[in-house]
Design a binder for this molecule. Structure first.
Ligand SMILES: Nc1nc2c(ncn2[C@@H]2O[C@H](COP(=O)(O)OP(=O)(O)OP(=O)(O)O)[C@@H](O)[C@H]2O)c(=O)[nH]1
Ligand SMILES: [Mg+2]
Length: 171
């Protein structure tokens, strides 16, 4: 039995989608022209623009994919598999605490983590709260509490000493 239909040729598929989107674009253009004096004419002009943008994405083989699932469902694991690099931490304990956008850029040789200003100020507040806790409750309590997160224990001295949080972190 032939299984060729299970492995479509990417270029053929891309061309099929582009020609279909061109036809839809043409239809939207005609509809917006025919309905130029009608309020719905604008709506079709908007659709035409959306189709043009979608066609560009297909031409550039660009895809936006949302990956949403409960905690520890394997989101980071699947993203790493798609990207082909371990760019997101994936462990049995809570890891990716913030919604994260991953953009594939062919001009970048290594991954760059970009933090938004409100994320930086939240991390700074967290750092200062943790420093205060260690000061108040003592280092031993922090070490005991962190024992169940062995991958994080090396952070304790760093938190004590303090560190700067950069908006862009490479590597
Ligand atoms: N058995 C099994 N384990 C998986 C699978 N995918 C991921 N895991 C494991 O499940 C755990 C959680 O995976 P993550 O990728 O960190 O999950 P996540 O949804 O990103 O987690 P958070 O970002 O912390 O919410 C890790 O230990 C993975 O190795 C899978 O398909 N099968
Ligand atoms: Mg994750």
């Amino acid at each position: 039995m032939s299984t060729d239909f299970l492995q479509p040729n990417l270029e053929d598929l891309q061309q099929d989608v582009i020609s279909l989107l061109k036809k839809i674009e043409e239809l939207m253009y005609r509809a917006s022209n025919l309905l130029i004096s009608d309020p719905s004419g604008k709506k079709y002009a908007g659709f035409q623009k959306e189709v043009v943008d979608a066609k560009k994405n297909v031409e550039d083989l660009e895809l936006v994919m949302a990956i949403v699932a409960p905690m520890k469902a394997g989101k980071s694991t699947i993203i790493n598999a798609i990207v082909g690099q371990d760019i997101l931490p994936s462990r049995a304990s809570a890891m990716t605490t913030l919604p994260t956008e991953i953009i594939l850029r062919s001009d970048k040789a290594q991954p760059v983590l970009v933090l938004k200003p409100n994320t930086i100020s939240c991390l700074k507040r967290t750092l200062s709260t943790l420093q205060q806790k260690i000061k108040t409750n003592g280092l031993n309590q922090a070490v005991t509490k962190m024992a169940k997160y062995p991958h994080l224990t090396s952070l304790i001295p760093k938190i004590q000493d303090g560190f700067s949080i950069q908006s862009e972190i490479g590597g």
